[in-house]
Design a protein around this ligand. Structure first.
Ligand code: SF4
Length: 365
């Protein structure tokens, strides 16, 4: 059995304007020692999804199942969740400056984390462990720096300190929510290397939430692409990058800069913006932005279908299962399907997409 098995998870928030359907029936699993990358634009539901696992979505209505190491986290009381948070499942947030308390020394905060879950550890033992952890994540002179305040650390060092805190209790699962977004490219690479090394040392499972396909390419084993609160495509990293099926995944790949691009080449954004999660489009939620839109896309919401040859590659799209990849043959298959499945209404939507100014599109990479 997987370490974490999430089935049909739904999270919604009633508001004065209507119900925000942040997560709509998402299922996935994470194995020990593996990394699942969850990718999507802002508002795709990826952060709410993981926060709901830990009871960090106050006011949210949650249904479905999220079985972690045999325990269903959905509906678990806060006291039980508190025991799991930090000890069994650790979280690394995007901005370590707001995650670390500015008035307490970095070492003290790591010690508190350790002692909050194990009262038998003395302050001296916890301090020694904090020094050891800071050294382990690459903080120079950890015995001195353990007494520094967060503002005395650089951005990269603060994120290392957050990672030290996250691994201090040997969690089985680490959720890293955009852990490198606030860092420059060199420090980002160091932090990703560090996470991979720590994961390999301890067989920890890693859930990497990111909008950056470069991060996924570096670190993930499997990938789930999210759009408007649902999984659009799930596959191994290799299949997502070389054999994408869903037009949204294809759009994400085409919108990232390539090293082979010539000077003056422009990024190709995905036309339009993500939909409001209060007023979702009928049918496939991606249809107002999809160049392949067909009649049934306007009314019928596709479930995740197996595509390609491998059973684990799934895509929520009405295009033929064989239409995977970025080759001319795959494009011909898509074009044939669109010709057969598009009449006037879908044609009007396609025309509106084609006429939309490129500047209104979005690029997430
Ligand atoms: Fe595009 Fe239709 Fe596939 Fe949705 S179901 S991604 S609209 S082709």
């Amino acid at each position: 059995m997987s370490l974490l098995e999430v089935s049909d998870l739904q999270v919604s928030f009633p508001t004065a304007d209507g119900v925000v359907q942040a997560v709509r029936g998402v299922s996935f699993s994470v194995e020990r020692g593996r990394t699942l990358g969850i990718v999507g634009e802002s508002g795709s539901g990826k952060t709410v999804l993981t926060q709901s696992l830990l009871g960090l979505t106050p006011g949210g209505q949650i249904s479905g199942k999220a079985v972690f190491d045999g325990v269903n986290l959905v509906g678990l009381d806060q006291k039980s969740l508190q025991k799991i948070r930090g000890k069994e499942i650790a979280v690394i947030f995007q901005d370590p400056l707001t995650s670390l308390h500015p008035l307490y020394k970095v070492g003290w905060q790591i010690c508190e984390m350790i002692r909050a879950h194990d009262k038998s550890v003395t302050k001296a033992q916890a301090t020694e462990r904090a020094i050891e952890l800071l050294g382990h994540v690459g903080i120079p002179r950890p015995r001195e720096r353990v007494n520094d305040y967060p503002h005395q650390f650089s951005g990269g060092m603060r994120q290392r300190a957050m990672i030290a805190m996250a691994i201090s209790l040997n969690p089985k699962l680490i959720i890293a929510d955009e852990p490198t977004t606030a860092l420059d490219a060199t420090v980002q690479a160091q932090i990703l290397d560090l996470l991979l090394r720590l994961q390999q040392d301890s067989d920890t499972a890693l859930l990497m939430i990111t909008h950056d396909l470069g991060v996924v390419a570096d670190i993930a084993d499997d990938v789930m692409v999210m759009y408007a609160g649902r999984a659009a495509e799930k596959a191994t990293k290799r299949d997502i990058f070389y054999q994408p099926h869903h037009p949204y995944t294809k759009g994400l790949l085409e919108s990232i800069p390539h090293s082979s691009a010539a000077a003056g080449d422009r990024l190709r954004p995905i036309t339009g913006q993500p939909p409001s999660l209060i007023r979702l489009p009928p049918g496939c939620a991606f249809h107002p932005r999809c160049a392949y839109v067909m009649d049934r896309c306007l009314t019928d919401q596709p479930e995740l279908f197996a595509v390609g040859d491998a059973g684990e590659h799934r895509s929520a799209c009405w295009l033929p299962a064989a239409a995977i990849g970025l080759t001319d043959d795959a494009e011909r298959l898509r074009t044939r399907a669109v010709e057969a499945g598009r009449s006037q209404r879908a044609a009007q939507v396609a025309e509106a997409i084609a006429a939309a100014p490129e500047s209104e599109g979005s690029v997430i990479a």
